[in-house]
Write a protein that binds this ligand. Structure first.
Ligand SMILES: Cc1cc2nc3c(=O)[nH]c(=O)nc-3n(C[C@H](O)[C@H](O)[C@H](O)COP(=O)(O)OP(=O)(O)OC[C@H]3O[C@@H](n4cnc5c(N)ncnc54)[C@H](O)[C@@H]3O)c2cc1C
Length: 377
C-alpha cells in the first residue's frame, strides 16, 4: 500500500514512524518547512500523560527520547494572582505516569529524526489530481516549481489547523471562536523564576499559565476574554493580571516583569475549533491531528491528541482497520471536555467557584478517563 503523508508535525511524523518498518507499506512524507527548520520553535508545550502512555505502548523508543529531552509534568496547581490556592493536583492521582514539558523545537526535532529518510522537505501541498487508477496525486510547490511523485492509495493530512489537504478535498472548514485570546512566550535564562511545574493563575476570567521547560527556560501563556479594545498592549496585559487590591504573588510578579521586558516576542492567537472530519475523497484521504479536529487549548490536548492519532492510526492501518472507528468517539470526548473545562475563561462564570468545582469527583473522573483510556497496539 502506497501512503503519502502531508506534513511531518506531530501526527504525521508519528504515523510515518509507525508504518515505516511494516512490510506491505511504502511511505512517503512531504513537509513544507526546510530540513532542520523547526516551525513554531521558540515556545514550549505540555503533553498530557495520555500522550506519554500512547507513546509508551506503541513507540517505546520515541517515549524514551521524549522523556530524555523533557521535564516531567507532575503537579497541576491553580491559584489566584495574589497567590490564593484553589487547586493542587498530583498528576499521578489521575494518570499512570506524569505528562511531558518540552520545547517545541525539540519535540519536532525528535519526531522528525526517525522519518528523515522518507521525508521530502520544502514540499508544500498545493493541488490534488487523480491518476488513471483513481488514486490521488498530490501536487507540491517545491523550489519554485510544481512537482508530482505519483499516485497514492491513501493520502494522510497531518498538515495542521489550516490543512491544505482538507481544504482541497472537503472545502475550508469554518472555525468557531471561543471568544478568548491566547498568547505564548518563551522566557530564556529564567534562573530567577520562582516556580517549576505547571501552574495557572486567575484574575477574573483572565489566566496566566506557565511551567519550566528544559534549557533553563519558562513557557508562559496568557488567556483573556476578547473585547472591542486592543488587548495587544503592555498596559492592557499588565492590568489583566495585576491584582487590584493585593500584591501579586511572587510567580505572577515574575511573569509580569517578563511580559513587560519581552512584550515584542509574544505570539498572539485566538482560541478556535473546527468541525471534526476524519475521511475525505471517498476514503482516499485520512485526516489526523489538527487537520481533523483542531480544538480549544484549555486542557493542552491539541498536540496530545495528535500523538494519539499518529500512533493509533499506525496500529489500525497495520491491521487494515478503520481509523475513524478507533478514534472519533475518543476525540469527541476530549473536545467536549476541553470546552467544558474552558468555562472559567468565559465572562459570566466565576473562576473561583468553577476551579473549586474541579476539585470534585466528577471532574477528577473525567481527567482519569482522559489521561488513561489509551488503547495498546
Ligand atoms: C497558543 C497555543 C498553545 C498550545 N499549547 C499546547 C499544549 O501545551 N499542549 C498540546 O498538546 N497542544 C498545544 N497546542 C496545540 C498544538 O500546537 C497542535 O494541536 C499540534 O501541533 C497539532 O499537531 P499536528 O500534527 O496536527 O499539526 P502540526 O504540529 O501543526 O504540524 C503540521 C505540519 O504540517 C506542515 N504543513 C502545513 N501545511 C503544509 C502543506 N501545505 N504542505 C506540506 N506540509 C505542510 C507544517 O509545516 C507542520 O510541520 C497549542 C496551540 C496553540 C496555538
Amino acid at each position: 500500500m502506497r501512503i503519502g503523508i502531508i506534513g511531518t508535525g506531530v501526527a504525521g511524523s508519528l504515523l510515518a514512524e509507525s508504518l515505516l518498518p511494516l512490510p506491505g507499506f511504502r511511505v512517503d512524507a512531504f513537509e513544507r518547512s526546510a530540513l532542520g527548520e523547526q516551525a513554531e520553535s521558540g515556545t514550549g508545550l505540555n503533553l498530557g500523560p495520555n500522550a506519554a502512555k500512547a507513546l509508551r505502548l506503541h513507540l517505546p523508543a520515541r517515549h524514551a527520547a521524549l522523556r530524555a529531552a523533557s521535564l516531567a509534568w507532575r503537579r497541576w496547581q491553580v491559584d489566584l494572582t495574589d497567590g490564593t490556592r484553589l487547586l493542587d493536583l498530583d498528576m499521578l492521582e489521575v494518570a499512570e505516569e506524569p505528562g511531558i514539558r518540552i520545547r517545541w523545537a525539540e519535540l519536532y526535532r525528535l519526531l522528525r529524526e526517525p522519518v528523515a529518510g522518507c521525508t521530502r522537505h520544502g514540499h508544500a501541498l498545493e493541488a490534488i489530481e487523480e491518476d488513471a487508477a483513481g488514486r490521488l496525486v498530490p501536487v507540491f510547490r517545491a523550489g519554485g516549481a510544481l512537482v508530482r511523485h505519483g499516485g497514492y492509495d491513501l493520502l494522510v493530512g497531518g498538515d495542521g489547523r489550516y490543512s491544505r489537504l482538507r481544504a482541497l478535498t472537503s472545502g475550508e472548514p469554518e472555525g468557531s471562536l471561543l471568544g478568548v485570546g491566547v498568547w505564548r512566550l518563551l522566557v530564556n535564562d529564567a534562573a530567577d523564576c520562582p516556580f517549576n511545574d505547571y501552574g495557572q493563575w486567575f484574575q477574573g476570567n483572565a489566566r496566566l499559565l506557565a511551567f519550566r521547560v528544559p534549557g533553563g527556560a519558562v513557557y508562559v501563556a496568557g488567556t483573556y476574554p476578547l473585547t472591542e479594545q486592543d488587548a495587544r498592549t503592555r498596559a492592557y496585559q499588565a492590568a489583566l493580571f495585576t491584582p487590584p487590591s493585593a500584591a501579586p504573588c511572587p510567580a505572577v510578579a515574575w511573569m509580569l516583569a517578563a511580559i513587560d521586558r519581552l512584550f515584542d516576542d509574544i505570539h498572539w492567537a485566538r482560541s478556535a475549533t473546527i468541525p471534526m472530519l476524519r475521511n475525505a475523497a471517498g476514503g482516499r484521504a485520512l485526516l489526523l491531528g489538527d487537520a481533523a479536529q483542531a480544538m480549544v487549548p484549555t486542557l493542552g490536548q491539541g498536540a496530545t491528541q495528535a500523538v494519539e492519532d499518529g500512533v493509533i492510526a499506525g496500529a489500525v492501518l497495520a491491521r487494515g482497520g478503520d481509523v475513524g472507528a478507533a478514534r472519533d468517539e475518543r476525540v469527541a470526548f476530549v473536545r467536549a471536555f476541553s470546552e467544558e473545562a474552558s468555562d472559567t475563561l468565559i465572562p459570566g462564570v466565576d473562576p473561583v467557584a468553577g476551579t473549586l468545582a474541579k476539585n470534585g469527583p466528577a471532574f477528577r473522573e473525567k481527567l482519569r478517563r482522559l489521561y488513561t483510556t489509551v488503547p495498546g497496539p
